[in-house]
Structures are given as structure tokens and as C-alpha cells.
Design a protein around this ligand. Structure first.
Ligand code: 5AD
Length: 372
């Protein structure tokens, strides 16, 4: 396969119209044949694509993992309901607001409330929490990541003030979806939820795991095609990491390489997307998140959850929770981002077409705040 790695616009157009077979070929090429140098060229093109729209800015989100109860039994996830080894917790409204307070003081202007599908959190409870956050911090965006709900529920949450919603599609191939999920979950419903979220007005994030069991070049090509159709504002892509209490325990050891390639290809295909360097990427490779930025990512989600619960939010084994991904090390993280020529930006960091003028804070300022 001969790929022209000199012109980002050409490659972008090609990726936007390529057929399934062509997409699986290009992914296969970078996984199996491309030299380190070619991968580097690809990553550089991806940064070029990002910088056309985001000008080297990396956005921060404060992550609040507010419940690890989950009604679902996704085969890959450590929080699946049949994992009896998990110490379950849910944060109270006060605790969630406490996380926001700490995050706001550190400079965060987006809070991501992430949790399992925990029915304790009814619309009523969630709407109260969302409106309180928005009342106290009207300059902040609230992102939800709480799974599948009805369209009416999404509407209620949006009307209460939530701005964005993350719901990875996980895989766009039916058969693959069934191998990763129990029968009561369906790709059809997952997709319906994503389109409902868009219709309701959310900035929507989708995405998938890399090297998940049974993933193939073909299923990845279908992921790309689905992303092209959905045109999400955000795309979460991170390595699959086996969890010891799931059926995929002992599944091969993940690395960052494939994720970095896919981050770059997705960035070039959908240049405006907000693309996080995920905690999973940082968990398989100490330098993973920085490499992610060098491959075209532009979002990072440091953890604001109370320390005593961090270990209990284990989607996978060896999840980072004391290092650079922790909000406590914000200034260091910002300096690392600056050291590769990018600009840490603590403003809301909306999707480029939805941005209002924002303020950014430098690492020096963040450092001062941390010391105070
Ligand atoms: N490895 C990596 N990512 C995982 N997720 C769930 N389990 C794992 C795992 N074992 C991801 C899913 C989910 C997101 C919250 O975390 O893609 O959507």
C-alpha cells in the first residue's frame, strides 16, 4: 500500500470517503508494515490536522467518578454487576459538589460526571446535582457519562443544564458487539441513544477500545464509518486492558502503539473532533498520554474523585490513580504538555464550532494556585 504522507488535506479527504476495505487496509498497513518513521509522519500529520482548528491547545476536564454501581454486565468491564469483588460506592450530592469546588479552585472549567448505570441516580437526583453545579459555576461545562437512558431522560438532563454526554459505541459491528456484551444490550439501542443525545442538543462523545477481544481490521473500519456518520464532537479511544475478574482475564498485554495509530487516523479523518489522551493509554504506557498528544489528541481528563474511592473505580487492572492523571499534579502535567510545544488550556474547551471566547491559564499560574 502506498500512502501519501505529505498532504494532510488529501489524506483527510481520502479517509472521509474511503470504503470499508480501504479503511481496513490502511489500518492493517500501519499496524503491521509501516516503519517507525512512517508512523511518526502519520502522527505529525495528525497534529497538523488538530492545529488547524485547535492551534496546539490541550483542554482539561475534571473527572468525577461518582458511582461504581452498574446494572450492566459488559464482559470486558471490571465494574460489571456480577463482579462481587468490587467495593461499591456512590458519592453524595455534597461529595460531588466538593469535587467541583476543589476542581474549580484548581482551574477546571469542565466537570465530567462518570459512573456505572446506577439507577439510584434517577433523573430527579441527577437534575438536582446538575443544576446545583451550574448555579454555583455558571462558567463551567457539565459532561455526563452515565450510559444508556431514555430520550426523555436525556432531555431532562440537558434541560437541567448538562452540556455534553460521553457514550462510547464500543464497536460498530453487530457480531462483535454481541461478543462483548450480554444479550440484553444491543448495538442498535446504543446507536439510538447516541442519535437521541445529538437530537436533544448535547455535544456528544463516542468511541471504542483498541485491541478489544475479537476486534479485527474490518470491525475497526466499521468503527471509522460509524464515526463518520455520527460525526461526534468527541471520540474516546483507549487500549483495552483486561481485568482479572472478567472472562477476558489474562487476555494479551496491551501496548500503546495501536491506540496511537488509530488516534492519528481518526484525528485526520475528523480534524475538529475533541480527542482525549485517555487514562487507559497512560495506564499501559507511562508516556502514553504525552505520546497521545504527539499523535493528535487534545484533551486530558485528570481525576478529581475522592482518593479513598479511586482504587474502587477499576474498569481494568493497573489503572493509574496516583500519577499524572490525578488532578493533584495539574501543574506538572501542564509543564509536560508545554514541553512538547502544546498549550495547556483550562477554559471550557468546547467543540471548535461551538466555542465562545475563553480564558486560558498558564502552568505558572496553576502552579501558584497549587501552592496557595
Ligand atoms: N479496558 C479498557 N477500557 C475499558 N472500558 C471498560 N472496560 C475497559 C477495559 N477493560 C471503557 C469502555 C467504557 C469506558 C467508560 O471505559 O469503553 O465505555
Amino acid at each position: 500500500m502506498k500512502i501519501d504522507l505529505t498532504d494532510v488535506k488529501k489524506l483527510s479527504q481520502w479517509l472521509q470517503s474511503a470504503e470499508k476495505e480501504e479503511l481496513s487496509d490502511i489500518i492493517r498497513y500501519f499496524y503491521e508494515e509501516a516503519s517507525d518513521n512512517e508512523c511518526l509522519e502519520l502522527h505529525k500529520l495528525a497534529c497538523e490536522a488538530r492545529d488547524m482548528h485547535y492551534h496546539g491547545r490541550v483542554y482539561f476536564r475534571g473527572l468525577i467518578e461518582f458511582t461504581n454501581y452498574c446494572r450492566n454486565d459488559c464482559y470486558y468491564c471490571g465494574l460489571q454487576r456480577s463482579n462481587k469483588c468490587v467495593t461499591r460506592y456512590r458519592l453524595s450530592e455534597e461529595e460531588i459538589l466538593g469535587c467541583c469546588e476543589k476542581g474549580y479552585a484548581a482551574g477546571f472549567r469542565t466537570f465530567v460526571l462518570q459512573g456505572g448505570e446506577d439507577m439510584y441516580f434517577t433523573d430527579l437526583r441527577l437534575c438536582r446535582i446538575i443544576s446545583k453545579i451550574k448555579e454555583k459555576y455558571p462558567d463551567c461545562a457539565v459532561t455526563l457519562s452515565i450510559g444508556e437512558r431514555s430520550k426523555q431522560s436525556y432531555k431532562n438532563l440537558f434541560d437541567a443544564g448538562a452540556d455534553r454526554y460521553l457514550l462510547r459505541h464500543e464497536t460498530a459491528n453487530e457480531e462483535h458487539y454481541r461478543k462483548l456484551h450480554p444479550a440484553e444490550l444491543s448495538l442498535e439501542n446504543r446507536k439510538r441513544c447516541l442519535y437521541n443525545l445529538k437530537e436533544v442538543g448535547f455535544q456528544v462523545g463516542s468511541g471504542f477500545m483498541v485491541d478489544s477481544p475479537y476486534q479485527t481490521y474490518e470491525t475497526l473500519a466499521e468503527d471509522f464509518i460509524f464515526l463518520r456518520e455520527l460525526k461526534p464532537h468527541m471520540i474516546g479511544i483507549g487500549p483495552f486492558i483486561p481485568h482479572r475478574h472478567t472472562r477476558f482475564a489474562g487476555y494479551y498485554n496491551p501496548t500503546s502503539r495501536h491506540t496511537l495509530i488509530l488516534l492519528s487516523l481518526v484525528r485526520i479523518m475528523l480534524p475538529k473532533t475533541l480527542l482525549p489522551a485517555t487514562t487507559a493509554l497512560g495506564s499501559v504506557d507511562k508516556q502514553g498520554q504525552i505520546k497521545g498528544f504527539a499523535a493528535g489528541a487534545n484533551v486530558i481528563m485528570p481525576n478529581l474523585s475522592p482518593f479513598e474511592h479511586r482504587a474502587d473505580y477499576a474498569l481494568y487492572d493497573n489503572k493509574l490513580y496516583t500519577g499524572l492523571e490525578a488532578a493533584e499534579h495539574l501543574a506538572l502535567l501542564m509543564r509536560n504538555i508545554e514541553s512538547i510545544g502544546l498549550i495547556p488550556d483550562l477554559s471550557r474547551g468546547d467543540y471548535v464550532d461551538m466555542q465562545k471566547a475563553g480564558v486560558s491559564v498558564s502552568s505558572d499560574e496553576a502552579c501558584r494556585k497549587e501552592k496557595n
